[in-house]
Design a protein around this ligand. Sequence first.
Ligand code: SAM
Length: 267
Amino acid sequence: MGRILAFIYGIISYAAFLAAFCYAIAFVGDFYVPKTINSGEAGTLLPSLLINTALLGLFAIQHSGMARPGFKKWWTKIIPEPIERSTYVLLASGVLFLLYWLWQPLPATVWSLENEIGRWILWGLFSLGWGLVVYTTFLISHAHLFGLTQIRDFIKDRDLSEPDFQTLNLYRHMRHPMMLGFFLAFWSTPEMTIGHLLFSIATTAYILIALQLEENDLVKAFGERYRKYRQRVPKFIPRPGHKASIDVEEKSNESSQSLSETLISEE
Ligand SMILES: C[S@@+](CC[C@H](N)C(=O)[O-])C[C@H]1O[C@@H](n2cnc3c(N)ncnc32)[C@H](O)[C@@H]1O
């Protein structure tokens, strides 16, 4: 019975994420959906700024607070571990829908690009950004990020698996490709309004802070391996000609690792 309920819960939570994510693309892009970042009657500036900042703050607290290992340790005394991640995803999606619903439009124009080619370039970067976000979820482990692996492990009566530390593909060139995707998606618009600008500035500031917390946790989890990775791989912008030096370092790491493994197996 517990397994069936966990399965249903996981599916509902994943469906909520999919809906919140697809809505986010239309909300930020200001198209197709009934309520977007710019739609509706413009309110008074100060109250609108305060409400929008509070909504973004709520998302930041939920998203980063509940992701910390200390919180998870406490939280999993209340909620079963296999559905912890699904609960996180469900609440994050709920907070996003609250934000879409209560967001106060501030549609005064900050910039408006008339040039047709320039507009297409910006829409291209917008699409690239969202594509990058989706792609990187699969590089880390899409199913684990959204709680599905944990539920599968529970149903199959296995120990909960952890995703591997990823240093290949895009993660070979930058440490945070997913966040780079969000930056592109949030900033690339031919019609920047006050409301959209507030959204882009606040989310950028939040991501930069959240990444510090994430990296601290990664250092605690992976120790020297993450420290070395952080030293040689840039945060967002790949360094030209950097790939070769990584290859050399990785080869030497591989050989030193296999050497130490040999030493262990010989002991
Ligand atoms: C929303 S993802 C963002 C990942 C990364 N900051 C990025 O922008 O591509 C956050 C999760 O990814 C994990 N993570 C970050 N870097 C990772 C890596 N190189 N390999 C595996 N997991 C990683 C973090 O531990 C966290 O659980």
